[in-house]
Write a protein that binds this ligand. Structure first.
Ligand code: FAD
Length: 444
């Protein structure tokens, strides 16, 4: 996806069964070939490829099966969210995953995975019940809270190409929300003349960066905001029971009835299923490509931090996104290695900039780089799945171990050394990625 990188693999393998995947991993280990798994290729650091590696493309491992007795879903590691949502939609069930249909749970879950139902049901990682994982020597193990539990939890917070390769996942499902509503509008950042609001009032400080307002919103409301050229492009969702819809929608009505709204910019949609919502809210995969930089901070529900974020947002240029999918409501989840910042965050605040022309690389990166210190001061935590380190030159993130894994890095390294003693699986900024690779003598 990231065209800056030219790290082409030496070998590409398309396993169609778990046994194929096992053979490929065992073969690679025998001949000391570095293995890299790829599902969608969405990784922002190009970690789903590598120079000379055996690239394992999992797209043929995409079968999905629903178990009605247990109300669980099992899907292959090559299935993307669209495939899983599509299998469950006719059954009136939902899997808790990300918003984008093209992203795969395999990579997404390895950082926690947030989505529009996260405030109600926890992160994707909190809903996983078991994982089939292929270890460095081709052994397949079933991971769950009662079997290899440390490795199970390690995957769900730090698992991308780090401990082994996932073959499939089994997860809890939930009844599909009866009603899925979407409310879109553009808001002027500052109050228009004649609004009656004080001249200092902004749409950010009145609503989105106002802890009391946002914390009071019910958990069946989520959304995101893209800030660009003095305008807030607001996208809020209600996903829940028909009987609660009116009361929940009333809590976000002040945003859409405020004097900040650009006249004529409001649009409402009703979606029949989560699948329809996912299909209609992202462009086709082929149109998303670009040269891109992205980074984020997980903003706690503290007015001080949000006020600082407003200053950052209003005084700097690159486009900023705010995801109100956390809302401080995912702290009780079961997966202990998901970033502490993510559990407590009210928002993920993200800057992103993309362009097509390689000649612009240096200028683009220089302009973003000046933003980073200010951005990272807002919070000490960053979501491992949504940041870019640009060629080791820009955004090298010297505090990556604590910023991405909090105080859990050493525990995770211990698990890594138990299950991948030779450090056969490596992903940039993953656990053990700064240690020697293939670092033990094992008989061929
Ligand atoms: C358009 C877009 C929308 C996004 N939306 C969301 C969102 O709503 N919520 C959210 O939480 N995140 C979101 N993300 C971030 C997303 O979670 C990460 O980019 C994630 O790494 C993608 O995982 P993938 O498997 O699809 O991608 P890939 O690039 O294929 O893989 C990502 C990483 O996982 C490893 N990996 C892949 N398969 C396996 C496997 N079987 N076993 C072990 N490791 C494996 C790869 O080697 C790589 O290191 C989004 C990203 C993009 C580009």
């Amino acid at each position: 996806m990231n065209l800056l990188k030219n790290n082409f693999p030496g070998l590409i393998v398309y396993p169609a069964t778990e046994d194929d995947l096992r053979s490929a991993v065992a073969f690679a280990f025998k001949y000391r070939i570095r293995v890299v798994a790829r599902c969608s290729g969405h990784d922002f650091n190009s970690r789903s490829s590598g120079y000379g590696v055996m690239l394992i493309k999992t797209k043929n491992l995409s079968a999905v099966a629903y178990d009605p007795a247990k109300e669980t879903v099992t899907f292959g590691a090559g299935a993307n969210h669209g495939i899983v949502y599509a299998a469950l939609a006719p059954l009136g069930r939902v899997y808790i995953g990300g918003q984008a249909k093209t992203v795969c749970p395999a990579g997404c879950l390895s950082g926690g995975c947030h989505g529009l139902l996260t405030r109600q049901h926890g992160l994707g990682a909190d809903n996983v019940l078991s994982i089939r994982l292929i270890l460095y020597n081709g052994t397949a193990v079933t991971l769950s809270p009662t079997s290899h539990s440390s490795l199970f939890y390690a995957y769900l917070g730090a698992g991308a190409n780090t401990f082994g390769l996932a073959a499939s996942f089994t997860a809890r499902t939930h009844p599909a929300p009866e009603v899925l509503l979407q409310f879109k509008a553009q808001l002027n950042m500052f109050a228009p003349n004649g609004s009656g609001l004080p001249p200092t009032a902004s749409a950010l400080s009145t609503f989105f960066m106002n802890v009391s307002f946002m914390q009071a919103l019910p958990i069946n409301v989520a959304g995101n905001i893209r800030i660009e050229a003095g305008l807030l492009n607001v996208d809020m969702f209600y996903l829940g029971a028909a009987k609660d819809a009116a009361a929940s929608v009333a809590t976000i009505a002040p945003i859409f009835q405020s004097p900040f709204v650009v006249p004529g910019s409001t649009k409402n949609f009703t979606w029949p299923t989560l699948l329809d919502l996912a299909l209609n809210n992202y462009p086709p995969a082929t149109s998303i490509w670009a040269r891109k930089f992205i980074t984020n901070v997980l903003v706690p529900p503290k007015q001080e931090a949000l006020t600082e974020a407003i200053d950052t947002i209003t005084s700097r240029k690159p486009t900023m996104w705010l995801w109100f999918v956390y809302g401080g409501h995912v702290r009780n989840g079961s997966a202990p290695y998901v970033s502490q910042g993510m559990r407590a965050a009210m928002y993920e605040a993200e800057i992103t900039t993309s362009w097509q022309d390689p000649n612009e690389d240096e200028d683009r990166m220089a302009s973003v780089h000046s933003y980073l210190d200010v951005m990272y001061k807002v919070s000490p935590y960053t979501y491992i799945n949504e940041y870019t380190s640009w060629g080791g030159k820009y955004n090298p993130m010297p505090d990556w171990k604590t910023r991405l894994f909090g105080d859990k890095y050493d525990e995770l390294l211990k698990i890594k050394k138990t299950y991948d003693p030779c450090n056969a699986f490596v992903a940039q900024f993953g656990i053990g990625s700064d240690l020697p690779q293939m670092a033990c003598k094992v008989r061929k």
